[in-house]
Design a protein around this ligand. Structure first.
Ligand code: KG4
Ligand code: ZN
Length: 333
């Protein structure tokens, strides 16, 4: 079995995975959303301190599996340096004390492999990764051959939901809240600009849309003193419609060049129903096989890290305790 640790942002999670059967033997995650909610976003130092409390608590429950362990895996990039460090420190201590090899896992590969938890891999596959930190289209040919073919020039899809939510003091994380508010809103009330509409390139941008939402909120505040609940519902509906229209426009462009055989959406924001429905339609029209992670594995978790670690273990892809370091950003896979 492999014990894997995830602490790249605000979720402390540990999983135990069977190498041969790929079965998830144990999985637990403690989220810090409530603690960060008051700040409208993740506070890295607070997140790191909360990992220090949560990770050992979860580890305590895993002790019975220690004799069966063959390796320790940990997310080391990309993410928040101070929080990644907590997971990596624990992984190094475990590898040293249990005399086990160490596996460094790329968090983004984790999101991709969330598709294959307790399943065989489906490759090659084209992936839309939408999370709090990333908005990318990736072509995955194998674990070691993944290429980013489109990315965001500024904010990410999930991040823009968080920021819109923060502007109206709706709470964190913004994605699920904005999605819920949008259900009661009129998506045609405000005209918001679809980003990069005229650009022939397949790339993303969310800062302009975010500013357009800010201006609309200010306009409403000036005319009504305080924006009403209905205003908030309408803003959320119009924003979500435009944010998804942007992704769809660029994804359709990609499909027009060459419709992929296999396609998937992964990452925390892939839980967005409005986006999922439209991607489902696009895949149906193009006879593309669509793969989705189970909702419980969309956001950050150690089960997906464990699934990647199984493949790395089979390739003897280990790293020494002295060599492993954390990286907040990665330019490529
Ligand atoms: O993958 P994840 O858990 O963490 C990162 O690696 O960033 O993704 C979290 C992000 C947050 O920005 C959150 O607001 C967004 O995913 N998110 C959503 C939805 N659920 C979560 N965004 C849009 N719609 C949702 N339903
Ligand atoms: Zn993530």
């Amino acid at each position: 079995m492999i014990l894997s640790i995830e602490s790249s942002c605000d979720d402390s999670s540990i999983a135990i995975t069977n190498i041969e059967t790929k079965e998830l033997i144990y999985h637990k995650k403690i989220s810090q959303e409530l603690q960060h909610s008051v700040y409208g976003g993740v506070v890295p130092e607070l997140a790191a301190r909360l990992h220090v409390e949560a990770l050992p608590k979860i580890l305590e429950e895993c002790k019975e599996y220690f004799p069966a362990l063959k390796a320790i895996a940990v997310t080391n990039a990309p993410g928040l340096s101070v929080t990644l460090m907590e997971g990596v420190t624990m992984a190094k201590a475990l590898a040293l004390s249990l005399d086990l090899p160490l596996i460094a896992v790329n968090h983004l590969k984790g999101h991709i492999y969330s598709l294959f938890i307790e399943k065989e891999e489906v490759l090659p596959i084209t992936i839309l990764l939408v999370s709090g930190g990333h908005t990318q289209i990736i072509e995955a040919n194998s674990l070691n051959d993944m290429n980013i073919i489109a990315t965001t020039m500024d904010d990410s899809f999930g991040e823009s939901f968080d920021k819109v939510s923060k502007m109206m003091k709706l709470g964190y994380p913004g994605g699920p809240i904005v999605q819920e508010y949008a259900l009661k809103g009129d998506e045609n009330r405000f005209e918001l600009p679809i980003p990069l509409r005229q650009s022939p390139n397949i790339e993303f941008s969310y800062s302009g849309l975010k500013n357009a939402v800010r201006l609309q909120i200010e306009k409403l505040e000036n005319s009504e003193n305080e924006i009403s609940e209905q205003d908030k519902y309408d803003i959320c509906a119009c924003f979500q419609k435009t944010a998804v229209a942007h992704i769809m426009q660029k994804t359709k462009k990609l499909f027009k060049q060459k419709a992929p055989k296999n396609f998937a959406i992964v990452g925390g924001a892939s839980a967005n129903i409005y986006l999922r429905t439209q991607i489902e339609d696009l895949c149906k029209t193009n006879k593309t096989n669509l793969y989705l992670s189970q909702l419980k594995y969309c956001s950050d978790n150690a089960a997906m890290i464990g699934r990647v670690a199984i493949e790395q273990y089979k390739q003897n892809d280990f790293i020494s305790i002295d060599e492993i370091d954390v990286k907040s950003r990665l330019k490529e896979f």
